[in-house]
Design a protein around this ligand. Structure first.
Ligand code: TYD
Length: 255
């Protein structure tokens, strides 16, 4: 079935993959992909399902802002251009099968696993890794697992640490500027191959949105991220919109 051509959206190619919050389509030229951001929300490895109305538009536009800002500080990313409210054109990469998690303040599974109170600041930012495998529930793994299982080599791991630290420094400042504490977040990297398929470089891929980070208001500690959905706190639409508003992201739609 050909993809629907909704008002304000481009004609997408063949569907390549349907994820929990995004669908990927073939892009208009080889080596490109269109990421389509849905309103679907899942938590606890998709055991909890729902929708957050308008989330796809916010996540698309926030990812655009973050990727463009990171390019400005010299971080290479897969982002090419935003095509419509819910679509962006990105470079096709081979995803490194790791969820790279950065923590500035203890929350979520780390608080539970180690019995530390949520909200405890960390002495220095922590970078940890999960294996990207939904069927296993994205288990936490050590650097030694990554090297022994050849999920990435030493040079790649060093680059991942270096880029991730720079990204954290920048994004903490960006969010602090609008009164938000960046508590933790998840990144994914990809290998961008040369045309001859010989060499490659590592670039930032996937997305950056309140779906995969924790954002707390600096004054009230109010949660402005997917924890509102995960923990049945309500007000998730308003929270996502508030983050967009503070970052100066226009939510006027093209439709
Ligand atoms: P974490 O506390 O490990 O898990 P949970 O959110 O299930 O309590 O997550 C740390 C941050 O990384 C959090 O902002 C959510 C994000 N994250 C993802 O977006 N996807 C993932 O698969 C994982 C493991 C974390």
């Amino acid at each position: 079935m050909p993809p629907e051509n909704l008002k304000g959206e481009t004609s997408r190619g063949e569907k390549l993959y349907e994820g929990k919050a995004k669908t990927l389509y073939k892009g208009p030229v080889p080596g490109t992909i269109i990421q389509y951001f849905k309103d679907d929300a899942t938590a606890f490895n998709a055991q909890k399902k729902g929708t957050i109305t308008g989330k796809g538009i916010i996540n698309n536009k926030m990812t655009e802002l973050v990727m463009k800002n990171l390019e400005h500080i010299g971080i290479p990313t897969h982002f090419l251009e935003r095509l419509s409210d819910r679509e962006q054109l990105v470079r096709k990469v081979e995803i490194v099968p790791l969820e790279v998690i950065v923590r500035n303040i203890v929350a979520g599974t780390m608080a539970k696993r180690l019995g530390i109170e949520e909200g405890t600041p960390l002495e220095r930012p922590l970078i940890e890794f999960s294996l990207k495998d939904d069927s296993l529930g994205d288990p936490l793994i050590a650097e030694e697992h990554i090297l022994s299982l050849d999920l990435a080599d030493e040079a790649e791991l060093a680059e991942i640490f270096d880029m991730t630290r720079q990204i954290n420094d920048f994004l903490r400042g960006m969010f602090a500027g609008v009164g938000i504490n960046l508590v933790d977040f998840k990144l994914e990297y990809g290998r961008l191959y040369d045309d001859d398929g010989e060499g490659y470089c590592l670039i930032l891929a996937d997305e950056f949105s309140p779906d995969n980070c924790r954002l707390w208001d600096m004054v009230t500690n109010e949660k402005l991220d997917k924890d509102r959905f995960r923990r049945d706190l309500g007000g998730e639409v308003d929270a996502y919109r508030e983050v967009a508003r503070r970052l100066g992201i226009s939510l006027e739609t093209a439709d």
